[in-house]
Design a protein around this ligand. Structure first.
Ligand SMILES: *[C@@H]1O[C@H](CO)[C@@H](O)[C@H](O)[C@H]1NC(C)=O
Ligand SMILES: *[C@@H]1O[C@H](CO)[C@@H](O)[C@H](O)[C@H]1NC(C)=O
Ligand SMILES: *[C@@H]1O[C@H](CO)[C@@H](O)[C@H](O)[C@H]1NC(C)=O
Ligand SMILES: *[C@@H]1O[C@H](CO)[C@@H](O)[C@H](O)[C@H]1NC(C)=O
Ligand SMILES: *[C@@H]1O[C@H](CO)[C@@H](O)[C@H](O)[C@H]1NC(C)=O
Length: 409
């Protein structure tokens, strides 16, 4: 009888132990579940509350274990080092406010920390520093300011041939030698989704793709390249370089086919002969050179849909970017100066709303109502006709980013 009792006690003890173990495993997996998706540890929730604002919490949350050792070492060791998103822009002339609005739109919606590479004319540097330093409380970005530069080897020759600002982006793989991948955007871009989303396309590149752009046109009847170009161009209607995602490691390694020599040339060696050959025939500067390069190397280009580079051309002759109607407008590109004149009031209203708003959560929420009223006034224009798509996109992006409790973000 006593032996029997002992066995029962032993079994109970064992059962209790395994129950304890199961609970502890459950706790661990819950903890990891909360910390998983996109590197947002629970520590972020705590610091979000303590930090007295979204900015502080977001910074800590996305800066990962280095900034926040977290509750236990076991937990920290499981965190991946957070990959930083590199965003480059070239700002010349009167583009200060526009560039800052673009950077702000990137900060409002993005999740991973951002590294800005800003190439600007010297007289703009102090203004950039002043404003960007005043945003540093966000702790979600770093920036580097550069003068407009050419690779030293033949800088003088380049300056003679080309307007400096117009060709800067071609040289980014050669200037930012330490950077693996980069998203280049024009100053007149506005992010309506997190930059993380377009950045994730890099992982979809197949083994031969080195860069990604959107088509210049969806509708060949109104396309520019297929009607007017006096040089080769990519695909049916060419590509637009206003939003260009690059794996620069691959760009620096690749040997490019070309129509100047029978040997393949590296990025650093192809640009000068290309420009010399085509300089009398190109209209849109470096975008034309990119079109020529990818005409000869089509396997190297990843073409993303129009909603990643949504321009007035997609709505002024009737809506022709079907993906945007179905899934939303992810990146807005106000080319033709539409943020600053009255030709496309819908584009202008979105620009002004983002330019005017500050980084506080309340402010970002309260941008929607007046914007919707503003956009309703534009329904007589083609781009205004689809204003509901703009509102839907912004509402969704703001909800995704700000309406969930901090620890789920
Ligand atoms: C900014 O750079 C500093 C120094 O390189 C680094 O310690 C910090 O974590 C960076 N912050 C972000 C948000 O990337
Ligand atoms: C430039 O355009 C002219 C006129 O269309 C054409 O004859 C010439 O072949 C073009 N040059 C190059 C290098 O393609
Ligand atoms: C860019 O390409 C290189 C070489 O193929 C690769 O090692 C790297 O992971 C790629 N970068 C990204 C962000 O995918
Ligand atoms: C990668 O995709 C491009 C565009 O679809 C294609 O032309 C190329 O052949 C593909 N490369 C490989 C290795 O599959
Ligand atoms: C933005 O601010 C300007 C002036 O500060 C104002 O005239 C304009 O109506 C505002 N626009 C929006 C959409 O908030």
């Amino acid at each position: 009888m006593r032996r029997y009792l002992r066995v029962v006690v032993l079994c109970l003890a064992c059962g209790f132990c395994s129950l304890l173990y199961a609970f502890s495993q459950l706790a661990v997996s819950l903890e990891e579940g909360a910390g998983g998706g996109g590197g947002k540890p629970q520590a972020a929730a705590a610091s979000w509350l303590a930090g007295g604002g979204r900015g502080a919490g977001r910074g800590a949350g996305s800066a990962g274990p280095a900034a926040h050792p977290g509750p236990s070492d076991r937990y920290s060791l499981k965190m991946q080092p957070v990959e930083r998103v590199h965003l480059a822009v070239v700002a010349c002339g009167e583009r200060l406010e526009e560039t800052l609005t673009m950077l702000k739109s990137a900060l409002i919606f993005s999740i991973k920390p951002l590294q800005f590479h800003i190439f600007a004319e010297d007289q703009l540097h102090d203004s950039f520093k002043g404003i960007l330093n005043s945003w540093s409380f966000l702790q979600t970005f770093n920036y580097s300011l550069y003068p407009i530069t050419f690779p030293s080897e033949n800088a003088a020759e380049w300056k003679k041939l080309f307007k400096p600002c117009a060709s800067q982006r071609l040289f980014l793989p050669l200037i930012l030698k330490e950077v693996d991948s980069l998203l280049y955007v024009d100053t007149d871009i506005l992010f309506l989704r997190p930059v993380d989303d377009i950045w994730s396309l890099l992982k979809k590149f197949n083994s031969t793709q080195i860069a990604a752009m959107a088509p210049e046109h969806e509708e060949p009847r109104i396309g520019w390249y297929n009607r007017f170009a006096r040089h080769p161009y990519y695909g049916k209607t060419g590509v637009n370089s206003g939003v260009m995602l690059m794996n620069m490691t691959r760009m620096r390694r690749k040997y490019f086919k070309n129509d100047m020599t029978s040997v393949r040339l590296r990025w650093g060696d192809i640009l000068m002969p290309l420009l010399k050959k085509y300089k009398l025939n190109i209209t849109w500067g470096d975008q034309d050179l990119l079109n020529i390069i990818f005409f000869h190397n089509p396997e190297s280009l990843f073409v993303f849909p129009c909603q990643w580079n949504y321009r007035p051309d997609h709505c002024i002759y009737g809506s022709n970017c079907q993906e945007a109607e179905e899934e939303g407008i992810f990146i807005l590109h106000g080319n033709r100066g539409v943020y600053h004149d009255d030709k496309q009031p819908a584009f202008r209203a979105i620009y002004e709303a983002l330019r005017n708003c500050s980084f506080e959560d309340d402010n970002i929420h309260s941008l929607l109502k007046p914007l919707e009223l503003e956009l309703q006034k534009t329904v007589h224009t083609y781009c205004g006709k689809i204003y509901k798509i703009f509102i839907k996109q912004l509402t969704k992006s703001i909800q995704d980013r700000y309406d969930r409790p901090p620890k789920e973000r």
